[in-house]
Design a protein. Structure first.
Length: 233
């Protein structure tokens, strides 16, 4: 909501409506769709920053499939540079986003120590912003991203801790619920995994949402497993 008010002030009603639609797509686990949507907010500098951030996230996902080679991280490096320039204007949200992109690049190359340093500082800045009622990183918070990166490195205990922290800072959003469920499953905490997957389904069904993303299909499949059914009273 704070981000939308900021956009209304800086870019007008049209940009606010576009970003609202993009946020809904991101909320429904459709980051490519969110990027496609927010790109249409022309002549809006705030939305352009969100584009750079999402391009970095999606570029990183592609880089992982290619082994994190220098060439495959081109979009991530571009996002780091663009967001760092935005941060020079004093907006700490973009500082957090640029540090998060550096963490993404490090994770893509399995540089755990470097990733940890960047994530810690990015999350610290974002937590201060949120506590002050200001927006953090757009669409995918640094706190959610931290859990995702730990999962990527198969550090499931650290991932669960990051998602718990994300729930405290940004709330139990869909990506947080999914992360908590997946981390519990990898840690063989079957009871907690069932609880979290069922919670994700309830969150999804609480209001009309388009389509059936793979993440929700995963949750339904897990919740329908014999292990989860046996836990029901």
């Amino acid at each position: 909501m704070v981000l939308l008010i900021l956009l209304l002030t800086a870019c007008g009603l049209d940009a606010m409506a576009i970003v609202s639609r993009a946020a809904a797509r991101a909320d429904a686990f459709d980051l490519p769709g969110a990027l496609e949507t927010v790109r249409t907010a022309s002549d809006c500098d705030e939305a352009a920053g969100a584009v750079e951030y999402l391009e970095g996230l999606l570029g990183a996902a592609e880089a992982v499939t290619r082994g994190g080679t220098v060439d495959s991280l081109r979009d991530v490096r571009s996002a780091v540079n663009a967001l760092s320039k935005r941060a020079e204007g004093g907006d700490r949200r973009w500082e957090a986003a640029s540090l998060a992109m550096r963490a993404v690049a490090a994770a893509s190359q399995y540089e755990r120590g470097e990733m940890t340093i960047y994530l810690a500082e990015a999350a610290r800045i974002e937590a201060l912003l949120v506590a002050a009622g200001l927006p953090g990183a757009p669409f995918v918070s640094v706190h959610e991203l931290a859990g995702d990166l730990w999962m990527q490195l198969h550090a499931y205990g650290e991932a669960r801790a990051a998602y718990v922290r994300a729930a405290d800072v940004v709330g139990r959003k869909g990506r947080v619920r999914l992360g908590l469920a997946r981390a519990a499953s990898r840690l063989e905490d079957k009871t907690r995994a069932c609880v979290e997957y069922r919670g994700l389904i309830e969150w999804w069904e609480a209001r009309p949402r388009p389509g059936m993303p793979l993440e929700i299909a995963e949750a339904r499949g897990h919740a329908a497993s014999l292990a989860c059914i046996a836990q029901r009273p």
